[in-house]
Design a protein around this ligand. Structure first.
Ligand SMILES: Nc1ncnc2c1ncn2[C@@H]1O[C@H](COP(=O)(O)OP(=O)(O)OP(=O)(O)O)[C@@H](O)[C@H]1O
Ligand SMILES: [Mg+2]
Length: 207
């Protein structure tokens, strides 16, 4: 399965999502995380600690490495052009668009969704990340708005937790982070991973 993570907006959790989706898929079969961001955030993250339990490589190595792995996840950089987005969407089984719970127009989300719509792309799903804890309701509000617009959204929402930045700072995946909520943080991406697998199965059936 080939997954891409992209968004017009920076800082929305693309790299965090790519790392943890790769970590989940790697529990099922060998997985390659391709770092397609010029700033090499995922690579640097993996180098700060003992390394990830899966392979991280520069996107330039994709051709050489791709055949060795069952799954691949591509992390991408900020501000892709519409052509970049089109190539990514067409080259993967599922494009994940992380979005923070802000109004649709402030986060570049509407722009991303409209661009995909123009390309007749349907193989994408929005993932709401950094959801504040209750009683805040921004995440549910964004989800309800996207549902109403018939934009595909993951059922799982990723909570805003310090465990994620701790994991990045210490160069590990979140399950290994020294934080009381590390388990909760990992469970959220595990649930996303399961949704991805279910999605892939449904696509295969329809093919
Ligand atoms: N669910 C979360 N809860 C709290 N902090 C988070 C969460 N997800 C990501 N972060 C933090 O937010 C910051 C941005 O996350 P990340 O680097 O994954 O975003 P990005 O979209 O890849 O950014 P860029 O556009 O710069 O590549 C990082 O400090 C990261 O640790
Ligand atoms: Mg990034």
């Amino acid at each position: 399965m080939h997954i891409a993570v992209a968004s017009y907006k920076g800082g929305v959790g693309k790299t965090t999502t790519a790392v943890h989706v790769a970590a989940y898929l790697n529990t099922l079969a060998p997985t390659l995380l391709l770092d397609g961001d010029r700033t090499r955030n995922a690579t640097e993250w993996s180098e700060r600690g003992e390394g990830f339990p899966f392979t991280v490589a520069d996107i330039a190595s994709a051709m050489k490495l791709a055949g060795k792995f069952k799954h691949s996840v591509v992390d991408t950089g900020q501000q892709p052009t519409e052509k970049d987005l089109k190539a990514l969407a067409e080259g993967c089984d599922l494009l994940i668009i992380p979005a923070v719970p802000l109004a649709l127009d402030t986060g570049g989300l509407r722009q991303t969704i409209e661009a995909l719509h123009r390309m007749n792309q349907t193989r994408y799903r929005v993932l709401i990340t950094k959801a504040p804890p209750p009683p805040e309701t921004e995440a549910q509000q964004l989800k309800a708005m996207l549902d109403e617009l018939k934009v595909p959204v993951f059922k799982t929402t990723i909570p805003r937790l310090k465990a994620f930045s701790k994991a990045s700072a210490s160069g590990c995946v979140v399950i290994q982070a020294d934080d009381p909520r590390a388990d909760r943080a990992w469970e959220a991406y595990k649930a996303v991973g399961k949704e991805i697998v279910t999605y892939a199965r449904s696509q295969q059936k329809n093919a």
